[in-house]
Write a protein that binds this ligand. Structure first.
Ligand code: PMP
Length: 433
């Protein structure tokens, strides 16, 4: 018979042979063996409701996406220097969702690679290398991406902001530097201050990068009016605007297909990742023709895997499933319902200080009566709800935000189930503060 490797053996091997900076989810790690829709199954056949995985966008192992990949894989997979319909088909699907100004694509293999390329474009198009980014922002794992990710360089093992990175305060209207409904303008003013800093050093602005909802920052919705005002400052200074849609893109916001559209702005560059391949490594950079022209300065851009026919078949099918199954409208309906239920939960349990987010990208922040973060209780909740078969993740600079960003097929029934168990656990002794 087949020898089944124990979880202890898997962990021991990882400890010895895999990168030492890799962490494991949960104190008792789970081995997942199957996925279907919004559910995962562990080795014991136990089913979990997944409220975490925004990569499995149209559902884990969606049959049509799997089939699209399998069929193309059996035919041909080459680099994009040969003609193939698939890369054009994927670009066409994306074009349908984007404003007309954003019309030129580079296909890559990860969100990090997308942001890396976006920053190269900024440098090539502006001739400047100074970048403004948000406090607690995360944009990827490469050298340049770490250099613009305060989440990393201001955290454990980090060495602070590099010379050409300029960080403005997390635009958190709940517990940040400026609070309440009118926080948009003062936070945009903080971006302007960074532009002035760059000028004071005798340099010019390259670009400004931000997520429409700052995920690692704790699902921070950009305050109303902030993005439009910040873009205006950036453009006046000759800089380019990048919207990092790696987490929030492809219909998840519900009201809009892309996060930037919530703010009625048009970026110069948009980066797309996680959901586009539904788990297959596929990402993209879309930019204006002006930026694309300046980037094509004579140096060829080549990417061995980017835009290959298999990846493009998968990405095209993901976007077609979003359309066919009306998942954007679904995210709006279920997300609106869930947010309303979370708000009423917050009325019963005041340790939920804030409920925020759009569509199926929500967060709840746990604080005490002095507005101090409750990290321990947040971790307790995430671990306790796992015992009820529900997977949740925590984040934010103070580790006190529960994030909800499930596969988009997450149903109203799933939302009810989640609320039921949250209510049950919040009533337990440990949660009383
Ligand atoms: N941007 C954002 C907002 C992300 O959350 C991530 C990954 N968590 C990345 C970029 C990097 O993507 P990848 O891990 O695919 O390189």
């Amino acid at each position: 018979g087949k020898h089944t490797v124990s979880n202890e053996e898997i962990i021991a091997f990882r400890k010895q042979h895999l990168g030492k900076g890799l962490s494991l989810q949960y104190k008792v790690p789970i081995k997942m063996v199957r996925g279907a829709g919004q559910y995962l199954m562990d080795q014991y056949g136990r089913k979990y409701l997944d409220t975490v995985n925004n990569v499995a966008h149209v559902g884990h192992e969606h049959a049509a996406v799997v089939e699209a990949g399998q069929q193309q894989m059996a035919l041909i997979n080459t680099n994009s220097r040969y003609l193939h319909e698939n890369i054009n088909a994927l670009a066409r699907e994306l074009l349908e969702t984007l404003p007309p100004q954003l019309s030129v694509f580079h296909f890559v293999n990860s969100g990090s690679e997308a942001n890396e390329l976006a920053i190269r474009m900024v440098k090539a198009a502006t001739g400047e290398k100074d970048i403004i980014a948000s406090e607690v922002g995360y944009h990827g794992n490469t050298n340049m991406c770490i250099d613009i990710s305060s989440y990393k360089f201001d955290g454990k093992g980090g060495q602070g902001a590099p010379e050409h990175t300029h960080i403005f305060p997390l635009p958190d209207a709940f517990r940040g530097k400026y609070r309440g409904e009118d926080a948009g303008a003062p936070y945009a003013g903080e971006v302007k201050k960074q532009i002035d800093n760059i000028h004071a050093k005798g340099r010019g602005l390259g670009g400004f990068i931000i997520e429409p909802i700052i995920s690692c920052g704790g699902q921070i919705e950009l305050p109303e009016g902030f993005l439009a005002a910040a873009y205006e400052y950036v453009r006046t200074a000759g800089g380019l605007c990048i919207s990092d849609e790696v987490q929030v893109g492809c219909g998840r916001m519900g009201k809009t297909f892309w996060g930037f559209q919530l703010h009625k702005v048009v970026p110069d560059i948009v980066t797309i990742g996680k959901p586009l391949g539904n788990g297959h490594p596929l990402a993209a950079v879309v930019c204006t023709p002006e930026v694309a022209k300046k980037f094509a300065n004579g140096m060829e851009y080549f990417n061995t895997f980017g835009g290959n026919p298999v990846s493009c078949a998968i990405g095209t099918e993901v976007l077609r499933v979003v359309k066919r199954e009306k998942l954007q409208a679904h995210a709006l309906a279920v997300g609106t319902f869930l947010k309303k239920e979370l708000i009423s939960l917050a009325l019963d349990f005041p340790i939920i200080g804030d409920v925020r987010g759009q569509g199926l990208f929500l967060g709840i922040e746990l604080v005490n009566e002095k507005m101090e973060p409750l990290a321990e209780q947040t971790t307790y909740l995430a671990n306790r709800i796992k015992e009820h078969g529900i997977l949740m993740s925590t984040d934010g600079p103070d580790h006190n935000v529960l994030k909800i960003k499930p596969p988009m097929v997450f149903s109203q029934g799933n939302a009810e189930e989640l609320i039921f168990y949250l209510r049950k656990i919040l009533a337990e002794d440990f949660m009383k503060v």
